[in-house]
Design a protein around this ligand. Sequence first.
Ligand SMILES: [Cu+2]
Length: 484
Amino acid sequence: MLTRRAVLTAAAGGLAAPALLSLSRADTAKPLPEAPPRVGASATHEVTLEAKARSVELFGADGPKSTLWTYGDELFPILRARRGDRLRATLRNSLAEHTSIHWHGVRVPNAMDGVQYVTQQPVEPGNSFVYDFPLPDTGTFFFHPHCNETGQVGHGLVGVLIVEGDESRPFDDELVLIAKDWRLDADGSFLPFTTDSGAARAGTFGTVRTVNGQRSLTRKVPASADIRLRLLNLDSTRMMDVGVEGAEAHIIAIDGNPLPALPLCSWRLGAASRVDLVLRTPKAGGKVLIRDYFPAEIFDLAELEVEGPDRQAGGFDPAPLYAARLPEADLSAAERQAYVFGAASDSIASFVDTLDPNDPLSKVILDELCTAERTFWAINKRSWPNDGHRKLPPPLARLQAGKSYRFMLQNATPHPHPIHLHGHTFKVLSSSRRNLPVHYADTVLVLPKERIEIAFVATPGRWMFHCHILEHLETGMMGYFANT
Ligand SMILES: [Cu+2]
């Protein structure tokens, strides 16, 4: 069994092995082409997503049954639409607790952002809510609840939204790989989703790793073909170093946002992040491994078995994706702000009474599904309140809609934090520790002692800003912006 240590040793010895955390810069890359105007009318996609408990043999008929919570009758449903289409999704809540749907990475109107109390009332058991919004961007997105996230996502409540229209030439095949661990006991029952020791450190890890709900994923793919991989890290906690062996691969999108193709060595993927790859398969009979080098023992996310006639004749030169159409921050005029992600301090209980006590948002602190009993984390020394607090926290800041901002995100803890801003796609400008390409994202991993600078144009509404290690956001590392 190849181990991470062996890979590092091999790399140090100059052998052909992936170099961890290295990525060549895109400085010399050609700019992405603009998508041509759309031909034909936009479609409205009507879908019903019933959140419900189901008894499932996750690992085949021989395995134990587990009670999963899913949207509808399948695990990880995948919705597909095209840029410019509308999604009209009815959430029907057949769970025994309230829920909502947050559309991660999608630039939705604030009222469609799916955060209980902050953008909508909770969808109580037996009730429904209609999410109805246009899809302005192509990409690989996902959706999930926003209260009791460790429990609801931990039970399986997550789905994928793919917005097509970014391919200037179709690829030969496409695979969607959804990485998510499960906190399962041997009898199929769920173990506690959160532990104090995990929540106060790097998070509580699952006991079973899966991709697309399978412990080991094998797929047949065509030979000498350009295959698009949409890889989503939908785990509550895990960080991965993704690499490909047996094929040349390029990164073509991060969090669904196209970038000039970057040769892949490995790419570090925090919780809630996505990466799109294109790879050229070898001849029939060959094998390609999609691997995670991060754990002590390498984990294979997927094994691709190559078969059939060649699809492509020339060398590997995949067509670029069309450029993203995002508001571009004005870096020279942008207002600079700093956000430090740290441990909770004792002096955090200084929440000021700036909001109307009748504001529905104040109910959030009384709702045990939306708050944790413990507080371990803070943003700029302020923690999202637990239920001991009777006053709402003020927003982290009030941003001006239409104005450009440059945020310096600084990690003052010994653990990595994937930081997510709702409703905006930001530009990652630089890292103090890594040679990152300039790219667009909705979630950025900030490593210990690292400073990452991002820029974006603010939009109106209340937008959450938090770590996407679910136990971290539930124990304090969350806040919001109130933008007008
Ligand atoms: Cu965190």
